[in-house]
Design a binder for this molecule. Structure first.
Ligand SMILES: Nc1ncnc2c1ncn2[C@@H]1O[C@H](COP(=O)(O)OP(=O)(O)O)[C@@H](O)[C@H]1O
Ligand SMILES: [Mg+2]
Length: 428
């Protein structure tokens, strides 16, 4: 029975992945389910696909490592996806390692399952056939501030105008009739700092940070999606002030237009709209930031006034940003003689995620050298330059998609910034 349900879920996730092959989030869930069902080889293939899309994805590596491990078994901790949800309801995992890095804001299945025991709110256990256990949403405290975000002046001034200035200055707010309602939608290629910036805003406002991955909500809890969205917002309201970060907003638009289960997607979109509009409840102290890699897929209902009515493009990091990213990724490692300005100059076109990978590769090289020679040595410029020479910008695919949209799609002026950027990199 459970098996049947799993294979049905696997089949429908497969379809979804085929429809949107670049959706790493969906692939990871498919991979988790496959692994949970003992289909390790197929799970490896999905993890490999995700790594192609996003070479720095810690979760894909981790999934691959588990899938390749000889003892990877259908039961137990390996099954971290919905496959485990049925059993988790009765036997919550007790020791659940938090596998994600601080930068990774995606929903953490294992800790959610573990938290079922201890969370003060009664866990909602669905009685709906085929549905899972409600996720437990965490309120994080962010130690980042906008000072940690290198470069990206345009984005920072947009945040200033949308949130910081009106908050600091109630008089101005009155004068311009500027309310804090409505969210700011950040868009741009993956790995360029959208999540990072959202966390920095939370730190800057001394607010909590809560993240909702739309793909998680809709792919794992058919039927319960609306309720989970509501729970998420209720928790945010109880914990205000909080930056509410809604990631992968394109997921809803894509599925709705794909036609499959249209009424379900409509219901999910409507629930999100209800929460954003704050009709039944007060959204005071909620600062809403949205993110998407594919803004052209975002449902237009979400873009109306009071919702995500402002947009800002988050582009591959400029030189000061790249410098900050190198610093950030090297500061906890034993480094020596690093010329950050030179690294920044030689990494044009790379995303934050690409740069993270460059740093990791350099650190690994120094480590392997030390192991071979038996003499520990520092990470130096030669390691970094060698890693840089191997690095491939990961946004080629995104640029192509963006170019097609801007060239052939309808343009109501929404993508003026994108158009300008594509021109500047000679893609238009
Ligand atoms: N301007 C920046 N300053 C410092 N670090 C950055 C900056 N932009 C990106 N990064 C780094 O790049 C990584 C990837 O960014 P992320 O926010 O996950 O991208 P996105 O959400 O757009 O896919 C972050 O974890 C962060 O370390
Ligand atoms: Mg992100």
């Amino acid at each position: 029975m459970g098996d049947e349900r799993d294979s049905a879920l696997i089949a429908s996730l497969r379809k979804a992945v085929e429809a949107v092959p670049t959706d790493g989030e969906l692939r990871l869930h498919l991979g988790e389910l496959l692994l949970g069902a003992g289909r390790a080889d197929e799970a490896v293939a999905e993890a490999a696909q995700v790594l192609q899309l996003d070479p720095a994805s810690g979760r894909a590596r981790e999934l691959m490592a588990r899938a390749l491990a000889p003892e990877s078994s259908p039961a137990g901790t390996a099954a971290a996806g919905t496959a485990a949800a049925g059993t988790a309801a009765t036997e919550p995992t007790t020791e659940a390692p938090r596998s994600t890095s601080p930068a990774d804001t995606h929903f953490d299945w294992r800790s959610a399952e573990a938290d079922l025991d201890s969370d003060v709110e009664p866990p909602f256990i669905s009685t709906v056939e085929g549905a899972g256990v409600a996720p437990v949403y965490d309120v994080e405290r962010s130690h980042l501030t906008l000072a940690d975000v290198g470069g990206m002046q345009t984005v920072k001034s947009r945040l200033e105008a949308a949130f910081l200035a009106p908050l600091r200055n109630p008089e101005l707010r009155k004068m311009y009739g500027k309310s804090l309602r409505g969210g700011l939608l950040m868009y741009g290629p993956p790995g360029c700092g959208k999540t990072f910036i959202a966390k920095a805003l939370a730190g800057e406002l001394n607010a909590g940070f809560m993240s909702l991955g739309v793909a998680d909500v809709v792919s794992n809890y058919f039927g319960d999606s609306e309720r989970n969205i509501h729970e998420f917002f209720q928790k945010a309201r109880r914990n205000a002030p909080v930056v509410v970060f809604i990631d992968e907003l394109d997921t809803l638009g894509q599925r709705r237009s794909a036609g499959a289960g249209a009424s379900h997607w409509n219901a999910v979109v409507n629930q999100l709209l209800t929460e954003l509009d704050g009709i039944e409840t007060d959204n005071e102290g909620l600062y809403v930031l949205g993110a998407t890699n594919q803004p052209w897929q975002v449902d237009s209902a979400l873009r109306r006034p009071g919702r995500f009515d402002r947009t800002v493009i988050v582009l591959p990091p400029d030189a000061p940003a790249r410098e900050a990213i190198f610093r950030h990724h090297l500061e906890d490692h034993p480094v020596e003689g690093i010329d950050l300005a030179r690294l920044a100059a030689q990494s044009e076109g790379l995303t934050g995620a690409d740069i993270a990978l460059v740093c990791e590769t350099a650190v690994e090289a120094a480590l392997m050298d030390s192991v071979r020679s038996g003499v520990p040595r520092y990470v130096g410029m030669p390691d970094l330059l060698a890693a840089l020479s191997q690095a491939r910008p990961s946004i080629a695919q995104w640029l192509e998609a963006a170019r097609n949209v801007v060239t052939y799609g309808e343009d109501d002026g929404t993508f003026a910034e994108l158009r300008g950027y594509l021109k500047s990199v000679k893609r238009l």
